[in-house]
Ligand binder design. Structure first.
Ligand code: SF4
Ligand code: SF4
Ligand code: SF4
Length: 323
């Protein structure tokens, strides 16, 4: 796949369709694959990587990149295409300035899950019949492939590309996903248990802002959390109120726009399952306003931006017996 992607990127650069390419390159470690822009065939040959650790969604980078001179080639996995569509819908990217090649998705791997098995010094991985063979500086280790899969891939909602100019590989389908299972478990807890669960999680937050910075729904040019008059500008939370506030405000801001891309949880250095909070919003929006998938298209009106005479009333929350 990597070779086919590089070859096609070189063709599109050579015939002038695009003047640069956004993809990924290796960072400090084998599993540290990070978005990067390539300007030439030589740069692609030297650094372009697409492997089992290539999970970062490049859509958000296109907010800035699509406003530059010329067209950029972007490789988008199925989940990334939902983010791109949502950004198009919100007029945050310039669609005509992006040439999209849809590429197959995961399942991608989570290096933290491999390290949690005590496996360190990772040099590379190979999936052989769903056994993961891990080459390390200490020798070869193995573990079941599915135990190393990223959470966002383990509950994938769709293998379908909702926007592309061409595809490498086959397009897939929207999947029957188990993504609301954990949300249901949380809903079945008592209010106190649920509060304790979230306090336990949010108390780990160091306010590094990685979740906000990676989130394709968080593209405000001026973020409320950067307001110097707010008292909470770019600083570690001083108490439990500030810890809760950051997450609750962010979840409300992205409600109805979050495509459930899973990037927030993927990048959190404290392993806080942030996607569960956003999924609760998605699940509630579905049940209150009808099924809706953000990023599925660029024209429909989002439930929270729309008004219908038969919209549910706020009191319905109490009728549902929410504690
Ligand atoms: S990425 Fe994690 S630690 Fe950083 S601000 Fe977000 S929740 Fe907090
Ligand atoms: S809140 Fe998380 S899952 Fe939702 S769009 Fe942002 S990064 Fe993706
Ligand atoms: S937290 Fe809110 S204000 Fe800040 S970038 Fe995200 S949506 Fe915008």
């Amino acid at each position: 796949m990597q070779e086919a992607m590089i070859n096609r990127a070189k063709q599109l650069l050579a015939d002038g369709t695009v003047n640069r390419v956004i993809g990924w390159k290796r960072g400090e470690f084998a599993y540290d694959i990070t978005p990067a822009v390539f300007q030439s065939a030589e740069e692609l040959d030297a650094d372009f990587v697409f492997d089992d650790f290539t999970s970062a969604n490049v859509s958000k980078y296109l907010v800035k990149e699509s406003k530059k001179e010329g067209k950029i080639l972007a490789f988008l996995k199925p989940c990334d295409t939902y983010s791109f569509n949502q950004l198009t819908k919100e007029h945050r990217v310039v669609r005509e300035n992006v040439y999209i090649i849809g590429i197959p998705g995961g399942p991608k791997l989570d290096a933290e899950k491999i390290k949690a098995k005590g496996i360190t010094g990772i040099l590379g991985v190979k999936n052989e019949n769903y056994t993961l063979k891990i080459d390390t500086i200490y020798g070869e280790e193995t573990m079941p492939f599915y135990e190393a899969v990223l959470d966002k891939c383990a509950s994938c909602k769709s293998k379908k590309h909702v926007v592309f100019d061409e595809l490498i590989g086959e397009d897939g389908d929207v999947l029957e996903s188990n993504r609301f299972e954990m949300v249901e478990k949380l809903e079945n807890m008592t209010a106190q248990e649920r509060y304790d669960f979230w306090r336990d999680q949010f108390s780990k937050c160091i306010r590094c802002n990685a979740c906000r910075n990676v989130c394709p729904a968080c593209t405000c040019e001026k973020c409320v959390f950067d307001n110097p008059n707010s008292g909470v500008e770019n600083k570690a939370p001083a108490d439990s109120f500030e810890e809760n506030m950051f997450h609750i405000i962010r979840a409300f801001h992205v409600a109805g726009r979050c495509t459930d891309c899973g990037e927030c949880s993927r990048v959190c250095p404290q392993n806080i399952p942030l996607h569960l909070l956003n999924r609760k919003f998605i699940k509630d929006i579905n049940s209150l306003y009808g099924e809706y998938q953000a990023g599925e298209d660029t024209t429909s009106r989002a439930p929270l931006n729309d008004y219908k005479q038969d919209d549910c009333e706020a009191s319905i929350v109490h009728e549902r017996g929410v504690e």
